[in-house]
Design a protein around this ligand. Structure first.
Ligand SMILES: [Zn+2]
Ligand SMILES: [Zn+2]
Length: 336
């Protein structure tokens, strides 16, 4: 099979790799859609990056399990144990007993999803609704997933105003999710392409995050109250601080963008006196699957979240576009 690997600084190679073997309830999937996530960071640094998003068709099932040959499925990330308290409660993304892919399957190579075939435990496969394309269904990974989880946890509705900092694919997915719930949405980003895309997806107010007037504009929009919720999708200290400053008293912030710098916050003024809550959101609870599929099925704008569909062999070009922030979600097709 073909497999795309990051082989150096700004380099992708299409190589031949053996088709992985399924085992027990880990089934073989013919991959039809591979959404790009943050691969471009590995590409810019010349470091291998294991893709983790995919949708495809089940083609081999070693033993009877929850899926059958011919099923169309979305692949959820990682290899959680499936039996610990976190897994059973649906919070499998936080499982502390992830399988060692190579040790369990005996397959050589890694579990990268930039491939034509992959194996996954059946319990991590989500059925694609009839008539829904692989490309759209694959948005149930990181395109819509993290912000869906955040909005579910905060129970955001049409009564709420949500600030989304960062208009990359995840933040733009947040616009789709928040508009589906009827919330008012403010998005901030320095890149014009992303701001335009946010508008196209229905954001009510779109601001340049580098404009010093961004906080006053948000306070103006909320009649000096501040926003009910902030979804921080930029992974930057300035954006974290903007979420804290723009939050209403007793507002909520979800950190979604990865960042290793210290938090720019104070216990007294921000958390105790203002009473905001702040937590992290990685993926979403598995029990939310039917609802995220409903967003994909019914959102009038969700298809616009996909800005490019390219063959896997053009991953180099896809990463050029992605690294220049001139895209929303990019999806690669391994068989074209
Ligand atoms: Zn991802
Ligand atoms: Zn587990």
């Amino acid at each position: 099979m073909k497999k795309a690997v990051i082989s150096g600084v700004r380099q992708v190679e299409l190589i031949d790799a053996p088709v992985p073997k399924p085992k027990e309830d880990w089934v073989l999937i013919k991959v039809h859609a591979v959404p790009l996530c943050t691969e471009y960071k590995g590409w810019l640094a010349g470091q291998p990056y294991g893709g983790h998003e995919a949708a495809g068709e089940v083609v081999e099932v070693p033993q009877p399990c929850s899926v059958q040959v011919g099923d169309r499925v979305v692949v959820m990330p990682q290899f959680p144990c499936g039996s610990c308290a976190l897994c059973i409660s649906g919070e499998y993304i936080h499982c502390q007993n992830n399988y060692d892919y190579q040790a369990f399957t005996g397959n050589e190579g890694d579990a990268d999803t930039h491939v034509q075939y992959l194996v996954k435990p059946a319990r991590l496969l989500v059925s694609i609704l009839e008539g829904m394309s692989y490309e759209l269904a694959s948005l149930a990974c990181c395109g819509l997933g993290p912000t869906f989880g955040a909005l579910e946890n905060l129970q955001i509705t049409a009564f709420d105003t949500v600030l989304i900092t960062g208009g990359g694919p995840v933040g733009l997915g947040g616009v789709v999710n928040a508009k589906y719930r009827g919330a008012s949405v403010i998005l901030t980003d320095p890149v014009p392409y992303r701001r335009d895309k946010a508008k196209e997806l229905g954001a009510d107010l779109v601001l340049d995050s580098q404009d010093p007037g961004v906080l006053p504009a948000i306070m103006d929009y909320t009649e000096s109250l501040g926003v009910d919720a902030g979804l921080e999708c930029a992974g930057a200290v300035e954006a974290q601080r903007l979420c804290i400053d723009a939050a209403r008293t007793r507002g909520h912030i979800m950190l979604i963008g990865e960042c290793s710098d210290p938090l720019p916050a104070e216990a007294s003024s921000d958390f105790i006196r203002k009473g905001i809550s702040l937590t992290g959101q990685w993926h979403y609870n598995f029990n939310g699957i039917p609802r995220i599929m409903e967003v994909i099925q019914n959102s009038p704008v969700v298809s616009q979240l996909i800005s490019h569909v390219l063959p896997l062999r053009q991953m180099q070009e896809a990463l050029e576009i992605d690294s220049q922030h001139q895209s929303a979600k990019i999806i690669l097709k391994p068989w074209e």
